[in-house]
Design a protein around this ligand. Structure first.
Ligand code: HEM
Length: 430
């Protein structure tokens, strides 16, 4: 990280939320202060798109810039008004993507009702209470196997060796993806959500082509698995999806593929960052860690919400106005882009007392880390909460002295990610 930039604080005119390197990769305190300035002085601010985003993403000359929504109240209001603020033009990218991309990479996350409601009903049916109840034991077993593999090691990369493994294995298990394909899935979801980082897609590679290829390869896996599950259904989500029928209609092959990609990506690329940031926060705040270790079950519910609020692994979702409307005193014409910044809303000082403080006992914590309480509210929130809780419970129990160093952050304006996190393991208990 550039030391000069670290020393800098941003004036209102210097803040450019379209700039990944010159805003999103700044030291956290500089970027957080920039967002606080926006919330205070220009809470719904307009930004132009950068003129050039690389050879594979030429920005159409008439493509519009975007409005950044930084206050909590406006983020929640927009999330709850899908009739004004539509997801159908794309929720996960500021740039307009070709319709084929939207369908393929997201499906229901990039859809409005009635299509969204229909798809969500199908996938909700696949997450049956029986399947979810079985998870508790399975997540605990997996967390322990991951910790077992730290035996005899003085150091590790906490992201690679711990945080990324639990969400990966659990979502793959739920979907029936065999263990010898875990790495295959992780490599491809990393490209789909982290492709702007040179570690995942080299700068001289065509990013759009790399993302598309990763999607095609996940689809190939789904097709192979789906065929098998149609003939021999099991208890997994893929079996439920391939055999799902709603109003006499089956999911099409493309719908199945986009479900598969959405679940694999969303299940993987989010929770691991909550676990990574959580470990970093607990290493930086030994008093909080001690308190949680002393009363794990008592503090787990508030501690986990505080980790998700503070980490905000998903920085934003986009909406597009479907008709002229108003939000927070700002008028919009039809067809304008709004970027709902959960990361900023979760630091809104009018809602959270001392929002920059990490406080595992924070009780007033209706954060928007899982979305703004609208129809797209995170479908995996319950699963993510259980994974985070169980991972920390087992880490505290078995490697209570584990410490982490400085994060190597993901180059992204969408995922508040950590790629690597150096870690000293300490003694391992049985
Ligand atoms: C800490 C971990 C996680 C965070 C921070 C997170 C965050 C989010 C956010 C912000 C949204 C959009 C909400 C909106 O637009 O209102 C979302 C949607 C979604 N999430 Fe998560 N998520 C996490 C874990 C998971 C997991 C483990 C799964 C896997 C099952 C998952 C599956 C989904 C799906 C399928 C949607 C789309 C829902 C829809 O469009 O109706 N998420 N998530």
């Amino acid at each position: 990280m550039d030391v000069d930039r670290g020393a800098r604080s941003l004036s209102l005119e210097d803040i450019d939320l379209a700039a990944v390197d010159d805003f999103w990769l700044l030291p956290l305190e500089v970027r957080d202060a920039g967002l606080a300035t926006l919330r205070r002085e220009r809470p719904i601010a307009h930004f132009d798109l950068p003129p050039f985003l690389g050879p594979s993403f030429p920005v159409a000359p008439d493509e519009k810039g975007f409005w950044a929504v930084t206050r909590y109240e406006d983020v929640v209001d927009a999330s709850r008004r899908p009739e004004d603020f539509s997801s159908a033009r794309g929720a996960t990218s500021i740039l307009d993507l070709p319709p084929m991309f939207l369908e393929y990479f997201g499906g229901m996350i990039n859809a409005d009702d009635p299509k969204h409601a229909r798809l969500r009903r199908i996938v909700l049916r696949a997450f049956t209470p029986k399947r979810l109840a079985a998870l508790e034991t399975e997540v605990t077993r997996r967390a322990n196997l991951i910790i077992d593999r730290l035996d005899g090691r003085a150091n590790c990369d906490f992201m690679r060796d711990v945080a990324s493994l639990l969400p990966l294995q659990i979502i793959c298990d739920l979907m029936g993806i065999p263990a010898d394909r875990y790495d295959y899935v992780l490599e491809r979801t990393n490209v789909i959500l982290g492709g702007a980082d040179p570690e995942y897609v080299a700068p001289d590679q065509d990013l759009a082509a790399a993302v598309l290829t990763a999607g095609v390869e996940l689809t190939a896996l789904m097709t192979e698995l789906g065929r098998e599950r149609q003939a021999h259904p099991t208890e997994d989500v893929t079996s439920a999806l391939v055999n799902a029928e709603l109003d006499g209609e089956r999911l099409s092959h493309d719908e199945l593929a986009s479900f598969f990609i959405l679940l694999a990506v969303a299940g993987n690329e989010t929770t691991r960052n909550a676990i990574g940031w959580g470990m970093k926060l607990l290493s930086d705040h030994p008093d909080q860690r001690e308190a949680w270790q002393a009363d794990f079950e008592g503090l787990a519910p508030t501690a986990v919400e505080e980790i998700v609020r503070w980490a905000s692994p998903v920085i934003f979702m986009r909406r597009t106005t479907s008709r002229p409307c108003e939000l927070g005193g700002q008028h919009f014409d039809a067809g304008e882009k709004l970027v709902l910044l959960y990361y900023s809303a979760n630091r809104d000082e009018t809602v959270f007392d001392q929002p920059e403080r990490f406080d595992i006992r924070r009780s007033e914590n209706r954060h928007v880390g899982f979305g703004g309480y609208g129809p797209h509210y995170c479908l995996g929130a319950h699963l993510a909460r259980r994974e985070i809780t169980i991972m920390f419970r087992e880490l505290f129990r078995r490697v209570p002295e584990l410490e982490v160093g400085e994060p190597d952050r993901l180059r992204s304006n969408f995922i508040n990610g950590i790629k690597h996190l150096p870690c000293t393991v300490g003694p391992l208990r049985a």
